[in-house]
Write a protein that binds this ligand. Sequence first.
Ligand code: ADP
Ligand code: MG
Length: 390
Amino acid sequence: MRNWLDWFGTKQTETVPKLPSFEDITDLRGKKVLLRAGLNVPLKNGVVAEPFRIEQALPTIKYLQDKGAKVIVVGHIGRAPEGSLRPVFEILSTLVGARWGGELSSQTELLVEKLEDGAVLMLENIRRDLRETTNDDSLATELAALADVYVNDAFADSHRAHSSIVGVPRHLPSYFGASFIKEHSALSAALEPVAPSLFVIGGAKFETKMPLILRFSSHYTQIFIGGALVNDVFKARGLSVGKSLTSNIDLTNSDILLKSNIILPIDVVTDGPAGRRTIKPEEVKEDEMILDVGPATVEMLAPYINAARTILWNGPLGNFEAGFTKGTEELAKSIAHSQTNSIIGGGDTIAAINGLGLNDNFSFLSTAGGAMLTFLETGTLPAIDAVLKH
Ligand code: ADP
Ligand code: MG
């Protein structure tokens, strides 16, 4: 494993705009900082089930705290507006002595006034305020009135045009936090890969990944398509995919079929009345489903992986939740054992490889999901534009 910084530390600053950093804020002592943190963690029985994002939020919170700032933490959790950040608060109160501020109200300003230097006040799920998701400027104004400066450290939430993401920067001097900048730099490296490079794309819903495949077909030396996505390609090439999962997209006339740098699986694992079979893609029967790539495919990829200087991987190669984990796991091992700058992202992809104990062998793991896809497709995010183009 090599850290992406070794490869890209100087290169990426030439073409990618430098983001204003939390470390650029001067005279932090006594300053009120509104910190939009990425705290959308999975819960189980009301307790945080995976603290990764909280851990990522800590360096910026601690930095601001150590410099004597008064930190007001804003975040959201879950899809339903009634979700509560209390379980996250329990952890932050232990780790940084955070205090509970409850929902944003006319009382919040009084709580902020009482904070001493270095104190942290955490507000309840900002999406409980329905103005958040409609990007209502009155909410942005109220949030901005609490603070002197704004720091966005919530990369995973930054593809949303919400008040606490794109609204507040209209009203306050704005900066980005440590985990945002780290994610931005790593994904910027994926936007301009060092050749030879390999883009592995799997998972499902071709229509959501199509822009990325088209964009990267001219950026990456090779693109490997696996997961349920490849079923759409097989289908467009006239192969039978039986009962396999496909998307509502017809690739028959798509440029994707003509790209010479796109690689497809040479064997697949199917399930059906005949049981599990490892066969060639052209041998799939009408009553079978393709559920994984086979071992010959992963072996075929090894030379590309070992030669690559940049690998970007999004999307599991198989239906891992149903036990078709092998293709994804073997690919993860192959990448982990290479000396390549490897950038891996996607909620399901990370979930599928998390238990392998290989995480330290990859250069960068992104948990950003939708924000990662938006950034890779467009080279920016609404949150970045809100700050840079303000
Ligand atoms: P990520 O969250 O990493 O971006 P996606 O959400 O695009 O990934 O896709 C993950 C989903 O794709 C998983 O639910 C996985 O089971 C599914 N998948 C991958 N390959 C297949 C397949 N051959 N058949 C059915 N589902 C598949
Ligand atoms: Mg997913």
